[in-house]
Design a protein around this ligand. Structure first.
Ligand code: PNS
Length: 160
């Protein structure tokens, strides 16, 4: 059974993340999308809400498991018996940071590889921060995020 972990902040999950996830499920038997619990960061959405939105958005993806973790991604991957870490690439500037992260992770845990998947060109400009900004300024985030995320961000905007 080939297992991969797809770690990230997912604050919130976007259609770009879903695109990467569906590509990963073609390559692996199980893909665990896992939200990092990071005490250093103050996300817009708390951990439970991010997990709930991911669960809703991936309910029709049988190979996908939703989870959270803290600490090092490589330790989490080992614990889940995953052989690979999945990261998405949108534009070339993503690559520098991602390459550094992949090398650091390999130095710590040589048996786990990182695979970069390129998202569909239509999501190359998309990021969670941009989605939040557009939504709070009243812009249209249809086609950028799953329906459940759109509904939740709209609700947050109205109660601000
Ligand atoms: O969605 P993000 O914020 O780009 O995800 C970054 C993430 C969570 C993959 C990265 O920060 C991470 O792996 N953090 C866990 C701590 C860790 O393993 N650090 C060493 C590698 S940089």
């Amino acid at each position: 059974m080939k297992v991969a972990v797809y770690p990230g902040s997912f604050d919130p999950i976007t259609n770009g993340h879903i695109d990467i996830l569906s590509r990963a499920t073609v390559l692996f038997d199980k893909v665990i999308i896992s939200v990092l619990e990071n005490p250093e960061k103050t996300p817009l959405l708390d951990l439970e809400k991010r997990l709930e939105l991911i669960r809703t958005a991936t309910k029709d993806m049988p190979k996908v498991e939703v989870d959270c973790f803290s600490g090092l991604t490589v330790n989490y991957a080992l614990q889940k018996k995953a052989c690979t870490i999945i990261r998405g690439l949108r534009v070339i500037s993503d690559f520098e940071k991602e390459l550094q992260m992949a090398h650091i992770n390999r130095k710590m845990t040589p048996e786990i590889d990182t695979i970069f998947l390129m998202c569909n060109l239509k999501y190359a400009f998309l990021s969670s921060s941009m989605v939040k900004e557009i939504s709070f300024l009243g812009g249209d985030i249809n086609c950028l995020v799953p329906e459940c995320v759109k509904t939740h961000l709209n609700k947050l905007r109205e109660t601000r």
